[in-house]
Design a protein around this ligand. Structure first.
Ligand code: ATP
Ligand code: MG
Length: 285
């Protein structure tokens, strides 16, 4: 096989971001009518669309060479595969929640309780780590209604905003796992697949870097330049170009998303004007 086979979620919360990542990596999917498998013209890759729960198994069995799946599913399934990269989307946490009126004062609350979840392996690990004996009820969906119908005293489920818990009269009390989408790989890739994975990873990293950074252009009076340059890290050091108007310069640099607002404010205070912020498409260092 001359191509690398990747498994991604067929539909659901990871689908859009997984397809977008491929597109941003310059991989154009030829979308067939039946969405089971897609090919692409400009990268030797074949894309399989699967239930997320099945992806770790397919990667272990080398039906797919690599896959995109939530860490929550990856650690729950305990399949033989390796995480190669965190992808920065699909962020959520696996949390313990109890009825809002319960008096919760620590994990010991869970002793002897019934816990409903779709993640029995991760919950058991969490209980063992905290030396708690509790009964796990594995259910396949709608976990959040279990306490309300008397099926369980607590639940362990995925949370992002917490609004589902709130609507069901529950409160979040512990985090079992923080999760995001990851790229996983089969443990024994052939030389060709290994080479293609490295090519793909190189692109993923450039896309991730670009997403985390912005290109900033601003004008500054020359006497303010030293202070402004000190505020701008840039990839090496900022680019400074003279403006047509004497005594002024244009300064270009790259800022990380994390400290972006902080630095923009400081730049303004230091005398920067006409600040432009532009998204970066790819970034290779
Ligand atoms: P499938 O049909 O593929 O089995 P699913 O219903 O099991 O899909 P989704 O609800 O689409 O799964 O979620 C897929 C993944 O998205 C989760 O395993 C998790 O990693 C991530 N995710 C991010 N935020 C949330 C959230 N608020 N709730 C549930 N999953 C989330
Ligand atoms: Mg699933």
């Amino acid at each position: 096989m001359d191509k690398i086979k990747i498994a991604i979620q067929k539909s659901g919360r990871l689908y859009d971001d997984s397809v977008k990542l491929l597109k941003d990596c310059g991989i154009d999917l030829k979308n067939g009518v039946n969405k089971l498998k897609a090919e692409c013209d400009n990268f030797p890759m074949e894309i399989y669309f699967l239930r997320d729960d099945d992806i770790p198994q397919y990667v272990e069995d080398a039906v797919a060479d690599i896959g995109i799946v939530g860490e929550n599913v990856f650690y729950e399934k305990k399949k033989k595969a390796e995480i190669v990269e965190q992808l920065g989307f699909g962020k959520c946490r696996l949390s313990v929640a109890v009825g809002r009126s319960e008096q919760y004062d620590g994990v010991d609350f869970l002793h002897g309780k019934k816990i409903a979840t779709t993640y029995p392996v991760l919950v058991q690990q969490f209980l063992d780590k905290n030396s708690i004996k509790a009964e796990i009820h594995e259910i396949s969906g709608s976990v959040e209604i279990a306490p309300g119908i008397g099926l369980a005293d607590a639940i362990v489920d995925l949370v992002s905003s917490g609004s589902t818990l709130f609507m069901n009269g529950l409160k979040e009390v512990e985090t079992v796992l923080k999760s995001q989408a990851v790229l996983i790989r089969n443990e024994q890739l052939g030389a060709r697949q290994q080479q293609l994975l490295e090519k793909f990873l190189f692109r993923i990293r450039a896309v991730k870097k670009a997403r985390n950074n912005k290109y900033v252009l601003l004008n500054a009076p020359n006497d303010k330049l030293p202070e402004i340059i000190r505020l701008l890290p840039g990839m090496k050091s900022p680019t400074v170009l003279p403006l047509a108007e004497a005594g002024w310069s244009s300064v270009h640099s790259v800022l990380s998303e994390n400290d972006f607002w902080d630095i923009i404010e400081q730049l303004k205070d230091a005398g920067a004007q006409g600040i432009l912020v532009v998204p970066i498409e790819k970034m290779v260092i």
